[in-house]
Structures are given as structure tokens and as C-alpha cells.
Design a protein around this ligand. Structure first.
Ligand SMILES: Nc1ncnc2c1ncn2[C@@H]1O[C@H](COP(=O)(O)OP(=O)(O)OP(=O)(O)O)[C@@H](O)[C@H]1O
Length: 317
């Protein structure tokens, strides 16, 4: 399959304002990230809180401007597009957020919430709007009779279904799913994951799936990118591939507990995560790594891609 998305050396630097007592500081939230996503595939991005997953998602949709790098979507160089061209392209690349409460205006009926993308983009749907809305609600497993309800009248899981219906309204080919089930109860999570699986096969969608839950990513995705402090430290070409980076291995070992309520989400790792404003030279994982050597403290390991299974480690497993 051809690539729908090609991301090259994508970076984002944030600078905190200085004060009389502290100098301005800057950090790389995303640092030199590259990957391809083929049409119809699902790539998972996993890592601890603050590793740059959401920033990566926002950069890809150009909701924020990168400090460097390139993003090609279906052959289009996104960074060369004007704001108007970008707005039109965004109809084909939509995002589903973790918090369905903030994604829907509480004053809107569900019909209006689902119809809003057509208004924003100035697109006239093929069918009359009420039929279009009913079709979208049905597509996400909701009774079209709910169209006149308000968000406070439905459950969290139903709200996330509405969020997905909105994202699908303009028939996108790429969905960026940013922790779409993290705020839901476990049983509802499973239903939403099932819905996303059905939609993927029915509509031929391509997903970028962001999560801190490696066992969920292993279940749902075809390939996995593991991020640590802004960088991809391992790119697993399939979910059965054994971890080669010590960080990925620890994540895998820490998520074997089948009951997600008992599962510690990520990593009983020893050692401190270094401040992203003050990264040590060499590998950022060095102080938490059982395999660290002097080389790891002096040279940042590059992401080697010799085998198609890329790992950024001087001493991979
Ligand atoms: N607008 C911003 N200004 C300054 N720093 C930011 C901004 N957005 C994110 N950051 C910083 O960038 C880093 C990466 O944040 P990001 O939200 O992308 O991580 P994440 O992996 O998605 O975390 P989480 O799972 O908690 O959402 C963090 O250190 C965060 O504090």
C-alpha cells in the first residue's frame, strides 16, 4: 500500500518565558521524529506522560507549527500549504480527542454538533442534513432519535461516539486518535475500540493511535512507535516483534496485568526522568537503564533501521 502519511525529522521546541529570577529556557517536545504510515494501517504511538505524543499529533495536523522537519499527507507537503489550503485538507485528516466533553459544545444538540464540520468547512452534504446526521449517528452505533438530545443527557461513551461521528462527517482518510478511550470506564473502552475497528474496515480508514497503554496499543495497532522525551527510541514493525530497547522492554513487562484497573499504566522504572529542559549528553534514558555504559553518557544513539525494526540504543537487547 502507498503511504498516506510521511513524517520526516519533525521537531518542536517550546521556550518558556524568562523572569527576573530565571533565564528563558527551551526544550524539544518532539525531536527528529520520522516515520511512514501506509494507507489502511494503524500505527500506535506510546510513551509516558510528557514524552511528546500529543505534540506530535498536533504537529502532524499542523494545529501547531513545527520548528523543523516535513509532513507529507497523500503526497501533499503540508508545511507548504496556506492556511486556507490547510483548512480544506484538514477535512481529510481529523482528530478524536481524549475528552469528549470538551470536544462538544454543551449548548448544541447532538445534531448540531455532528453537522458543525459541514458548516465550518462550507461543505454541502450529499443528502439533506437531517439524513446525513442520522446516518452518521447510526454509523457510530447511536440511535438517530438522539439527534435532538443535548450532551448532558448522554453518557461519556455516547459522547465519544458523537466525537467520532463529527470526525467522520467529512469522510476523512486519516484519523488521529489521541487517547480516545482514556477517560472512559473499562467496559465502555472496549466498545469504543470495537467501534473503531469496525469503522476502520468498513471505511478503509488509516489511524494514528496515541496511548500510554502499551497493551492496548499492542492489541489495536499494526506497528508501534515508542517515544521517550521527544524522540522515537524504538519502531516495532509489528506487535509481535520482541522489544529491543530496554525502555520498551520495561513498558512491556509492566503491562502484563490483564485487569486494566490493577495494571500500573506505565513503568515501574527506577531512576528519575531527566528534565526536558536539561537533558544529559548522550542517551536520555541512561540514568534508568540497566545496560548503560560510558558510551551511552557521551553519544546519543541514532535510530538504526538496518532490520526494518529500528532501535535507538547502543546496547539493544
Ligand atoms: N504549549 C506548550 N508550551 C510549552 N510546553 C509545552 C506545550 N505543550 C506541551 N509542552 C511540553 O512538551 C512536552 C510534551 O508534551 P505532550 O503533551 O506532547 O506529551 P504527551 O506525551 O502527550 O503527554 P500526556 O500523555 O500527559 O498528554 C511536555 O514537557 C510538555 O510540558
Amino acid at each position: 500500500m502507498p503511504n498516506l502519511l510521511e513524517v520526516r525529522d519533525l521537531s518542536k521546541r517550546f521556550t518558556s518565558a524568562g523572569s527576573a529570577f530565571r533565564k528563558a529556557r527551551s526544550m524539544h517536545a518532539v525531536n527528529g521524529v520520522s516515520f511512514d504510515l501506509a494507507k489502511g494501517r494503524v500505527i500506535g504511538v506510546v510513551g509516558e506522560s510528557g514524552c511528546g505524543k500529543s505534540t506530535l499529533a498536533r504537529l502532524i495536523l499542523r494545529l501547531i507549527e513545527p520548528s523543523g522537519g516535513a509532513v507529507h499527507f497523500d503526497g501533499d507537503d503540508l508545511l507548504a500549504k496556506s492556511p486556507a489550503q490547510m483548512r480544506r485538507l484538514r477535512a481529510r485528516m481529523q482528530m478524536v480527542f481524549q475528552d469528549p466533553y470538551s470536544a462538544i459544545d454543551p449548548r448544541y444538540t447532538l445534531a448540531r454538533a455532528v453537522a458543525e464540520p459541514f458548516e465550518v468547512q462550507g461543505v454541502t452534504p450529499e443528502k439533506p442534513m437531517t439524513d446525513e446526521v442520522a446516518g452518521l449517528l447510526e454509523m457510530v452505533g447511536l440511535n438517530p432519535g438522539l439527534a435532538t438530545s443535548y450532551p448532558h443527557q448522554i453518557s461519556g461513551g455516547q459522547k465519544q461516539r458523537v466525537g467520532i461521528a463529527r470526525a467522520l462527517a467529512l469522510r476523512p482518510s486519516l484519523l488521529v486518535l489521541d487517547e480516545p478511550t482514556a477517560s472512559l470506564d473499562v467496559s465502555v473502552q472496549a466498545q469504543i475500540i470495537g467501534l473503531l475497528e469496525d469503522l476502520r474496515s468498513d471505511l478503509g480508514l488509516t489511524y494514528l493511535f496515541i496511548s500510554h497503554d502499551l497493551s492496548l496499543v499492542k492489541y489495536f495497532c499494526d506497528e508501534i512507535l515508542v517515544m521517550y522525551l521527544g524522540r522515537v527510541v524504538e519502531a516495532l514493525p509489528d506487535t509481535a516483534a520482541p522489544a529491543r530497547h530496554p525502555y520498551t522492554r520495561t513498558l512491556m513487562e509492566s503491562t502484563f496485568e490483564p485487569d486494566p484497573k490493577k495494571r500500573r499504566l506505565i513503568a515501574p522504572l527506577e531512576g528519575e526522568v531527566p528534565s526536558p529542559f536539561d537533558l544529559p549528553p548522550g542517551c536520555a534514558f541512561v540514568d534508568r537503564c540497566p545496560n548503560a555504559s560510558a558510551l551511552c553518557r557521551s553519544e546519543t544513539p541514532a535510530l538504526s533501521t538496518e532490520t526494518g525494526h529500528a532501535v535507538a540504543c547502543h546496547h539493544p537487547i
